[in-house]
Design a protein around this ligand. Structure first.
Ligand code: PXL
Length: 287
């Protein structure tokens, strides 16, 4: 392979036309890190589903395999495939197959099992969706669940925070047995002052935490901002734990700006004004 070839990622998420999440976050954030970002939209919605009613919903299940067929005919190679919100339960099997079809041994598979938050499965998904998501996570190198998604993957009961170290570390070890080698758990906090992510690498058995000052409110789309910054860092050869720290810092700064502006929390976070700093954060984490 050419040493300095530009990295290319395939991002497989919905397009929420308004609300700064999924592809409208992944595309600018991963691109800002110098990585070519190809997309497969799983659905097109007028807004995301968190706090808005009457959103439009166009399911693109039928298109995914056709996009992949065309890409295969072009012999495209990917450094990573990064999946998030899926448009239907049928897409689980299609995306499992897509990992095999688009991936080579150098391709990192990153699955954000987007399906739930605050103890509740998103309303667009059937009750058996978590079973399918478990299968998708089993094919991943890296998974990025929040606490609610982790409980659905492990069939354990959801609890509100603050959490204990024992609760989080049991969860990380449990997730480490589901197939992925690297686990990032988001929405972790042990007290009201700090908030962040925990990581577990099943190969080194290392557990790490990245915490930032907690800001009041529940901001929409932060999981996608975090996941995109994590992918951007990892494909740029930042180590796993440092990539989680870059992602947590980038997300925390985005939340801080949004809180200061008093924006409606449904409208997503101001990550845009942090994009110019992302390459520097990545370079620093790599050195
Ligand atoms: O940020 C996750 C997400 C992505 N896409 C859609 C969503 C959500 C979360 O609610 O509704 C459509």
């Amino acid at each position: 392979m050419i040493m300095n070839a530009q990295k290319r990622v395939a991002a497989i998420h919905d397009i929420s036309c308004f609300g700064r999440c999924s592809l409208t976050a992944a595309l600018p954030i991963i691109s800002a890190a110098g990585v070519e970002t190809s997309v497969i939209p799983t659905a097109v919605l007028s807004t995301h589903t968190g706090g808005f009613d009457d959103f439009t919903y166009r399911d693109l299940t039928e298109d995914i395999s056709k996009v992949v067929d065309h890409w295969i005919s072009l012999n495209l190679k990917f450094s990573a495939v990064y999946t998030g919100f899926l448009g239907s339960i049928e897409q689980i099997d299609i995306i499992c197959g897509t990992f095999d079809r688009l991936g080579s041994e150098d391709t990192m598979i990153i699955v954000d099992p987007v399906m739930a938050d605050n103890g509740i499965l998103y309303k667009t998904f059937p009750q058996n969706f978590p079973e399918g998501m478990k299968r998708l996570c089993g094919k991943a190198d890296v998974i990025i669940p929040n606490i609610t998604e982790a409980t659905l993957l492990l069939n354990t009961e959801y609890r509100d925070g603050p959490y204990t170290e024992e609760y989080i570390e049991d969860m990380l070890l449990g997730l480490g047995k589901t197939g992925a080698n690297k686990i990032v758990l988001t929405g972790v906090f042990f007290n009201e002052k700090e908030f962040g992510a925990a990581t577990y690498d099943t190969e080194t058995e290392n557990i790490s935490y990245s915490f930032f000052s907690r800001i009041p409110g529940h901001y929409h789309g932060t999981g996608d901002v975090f996941g995109s910054a994590l992918v951007a860092s990892m494909v740029n050869n930042v180590s796993f734990e440092k990539a989680a720290a870059v992602a947590a810092g980038f997300t925390a700064e985005s939340i801080k700006r949004t809180y200061a502006a008093g924006t409606d929390t449904r409208f997503g976070v101001n990550f845009e004004e942090g994009l110019k700093d992302l390459p520097g954060l990545i370079a620093e984490a790599r050195s």
